[in-house]
Design a protein around this ligand. Structure first.
Ligand code: MG
Length: 385
């Protein structure tokens, strides 16, 4: 069997590191051909040495310069151009995109355009450019394999099923750290509190998205593009234990669920090995130890981001992209400590409402939209005392 060549964008983040653990465990299935990071140049060089990787992209120019002095034969590409050059490589069999935020969109489009299959952790790609990505995939026939645990669950539940027999998708969400916190204290939520997720260990941006539940809203949009179902057929149920990763209900009332411990290595490996379930040594689910699985409806008063995401999806065109960029920039400002937690959905609602709506945005439109909304959110008056 020939080894499949894989590139990993965002290899020093939580998904990237787990992907390398999965690849290590799979043994001879994959050859890691390329890694990328923003500025953690020492970590990425260490990964390159461990996996015999000959090319690394470091998007931060200063970090790339420092890395070149220690590269010892590893080729270093830098900047946004380096990242896009890496995504366009047609000698790669599979590109794993674990970049964070809107920055991941263009590499996904570039790889799919080049006919390269993509294992997608960067949900923002589909939220920003779902329509464009669908058109590109129709042209090139490149595959998209979801890594997000909910979408991996749905994908597994759909194996062998007929699309017309699906009644609805049921995305599960933990509800994050503020599921039961008194609503009148939300404006006082601190960055530290918001960064404490009960079940999943993730990067800062997605952890805040989980606290606002915008993560679930983005996942509804992601599911729409992956599984081609209208928003009315995509529901959310709060499931605090994060054991059921999502479900599919069929027209006869039967519901299939996918369960497992909250460990991203499982969906990562399924995306890499699809349609196979390959042996793995990770921790197993012991249902007798979990004992209780509970479910609640989602509270959109508490989490207005969910409603905003459904509205943006229903409006279509550039609305989900505007939602995504506004959210991302508001989250970064919250993380810097100059916005209140409750300002995040206010800013998003305003930006989606005010932006110049485009029915079928292309890459240039999306770049322009991103620059414009980024600027506007950065200028939004902070209210933290
Ligand atoms: Mg998820």
């Amino acid at each position: 069997m020939t080894r499949r060549k894989i590139s990993i964008l965002g290899s020093t983040g939580s998904i990237g590191e787990n992907a390398l653990r999965v690849i290590r465990n799979l043994g001879d299935d994959f050859q890691v051909a390329l890694l990328s990071c923003r500025n953690r140049w020492e970590s990425v060089l260490q990964q390159a040495r461990n996996f015999g990787v000959d090319t690394v992209v470091i998007t931060d120019p200063g970090a790339a310069r420092r890395a070149r002095q220690e590269a010892q034969g590893v080729r270093i590409l830098s900047g946004r151009e380096g990242l896009l050059e890496a995504a366009a490589r047609t000698d790669i069999d599979l590109m794993l995109n674990a970049l964070v935020g809107a920055a991941g969109m263009e590499p996904t489009c570039v790889a799919l355009s080049a006919g390269v299959d993509v294992a997608l952790s960067n949900k923002e790609s589909l939220v920003m450019a779902g329509d464009l990505i669908s058109r590109i995939r129709q042209q090139t026939g490149a595959h998209l394999y979801p890594i997000d645990s909910e979408h991996s669950a749905i994908w597994q539940c759909l194996a062998g099923e007929k699309p017309e027999e699906v009644r609805r998708l049921i995305l599960t969400g933990s509800g994050g750290p503020f599921r039961t916190r008194p609503l009148d204290t939300f404006s006082r939520i601190s960055v530290e509190e918001a960064l404490r997720h009960p079940n999943w260990d993730m990067g800062a941006k997605i952890t805040i998205d989980s606290a606002t539940m915008m993560n679930k809203g983005l996942e509804v949009i992601e599911a729409h593009w992956l599984f081609q179902l209208p928003p009315e057929q995509i529901d959310i149920v709060v499931h605090p234990q994060s054991i059921i990763h999502s479900m599919v209900e069929f027209v006869d009332g039967s519901i299939k669920a996918q369960l497992g411990v909250p460990d991203m290595k499982i969906p990562i490996q399924y995306a890499l090995m699809y349609p196979r379930h390959a042996p793995a040594p990770w921790e197993r689910l012991d249902l007798t130890r979990v004992a209780t699985l509970t479910f609640e409806p989602v509270d959109t008063e508490r989490f207005p981001s969910i409603r905003l995401a459904y509205q943006a999806l229903a409006r279509g065109g550039s609305a989900p992209a505007a939602l995504n960029v506004a959210n991302e920039q508001a989250v970064y400002r919250f993380l810097q400590g100059d916005l209140m937690f409750t300002q995040i959905p206010d800013i998003i609602a305003n930006m989606v409402e005010q932006h110049p709506w485009i029915p079928h945005p292309d890459l240039d439109d999306l770049r322009q939209l991103e620059a414009e909304i980024t600027r506007q959110v950065q200028e939004w008056p902070g209210q933290k005392s």
